[in-house]
Design a binder for this molecule. Structure first.
Ligand code: CMP
Length: 142
């Protein structure tokens, strides 16, 4: 278990949150559940309905898109699962723990509350989505 101050310190390292105040980080720490998984655990399955955002505190995960075209490695500070929260469509990719991992999990309702309370988060998520589209496009061979 992370202590509350430990939780805030870890959240502070997540680039998505680096413009937030201590108060806002404290609010996120309150709504974020901790999750510890061992290597090989599937966290998100392509095609399934999902309603959580995952933030990686420790360890690495592999993202595999449905057609298996792009395998992307995510690590500490990265997040995943935002796409289904935003467009309410099934998961776009499968995400598996490549190592033992510690994560934070934020549910859909809290995710939208955070975006309402902190507009800089919206801009950061838009940047990340654009990058993910570009990387996915670049990985498609024609
Ligand atoms: P979601 O569709 O909810 O579930 C799978 C997640 O994998 C997705 O949200 C993104 O967070 C992540 N993901 C999908 N495609 C990519 C990509 N090309 N690069 C990095 N992450 C991705």
């Amino acid at each position: 278990m992370f202590s509350r101050s430990n939780k805030v310190a870890l959240l502070q390292k997540v680039p998505l949150f680096n413009s937030l105040s201590q108060r806002q980080l404290g609010q996120i720490a309150q709504v974020a559940d901790e999750l510890e998984v061992t290597a090989g655990r599937r966290l998100v399955t392509a095609g399934e309905i999902g309603a959580e955002l995952f933030l990686i505190a420790e360890g690495h995960a592999i993202v595999t898109t449905r057609r298996g075209r792009a395998a992307v490695r995510l690590g500490p500070g990265d997040f995943f699962g935002e796409m289904s929260l935003i467009d309410r469509n099934p998961r776009s990719a499968t995400v598996e723990a490549q190592s033992d991992m510690r994560l934070f999990v934020v549910g859909s309702r809290d995710f939208w509350r955070l975006l309402d309370a902190a507009p800089p988060l919206v801009a950061k998520i838009m940047v990340s989505l654009s990058q993910r589209v570009r990387e996915a496009e670049a990985s498609v061979s024609v």
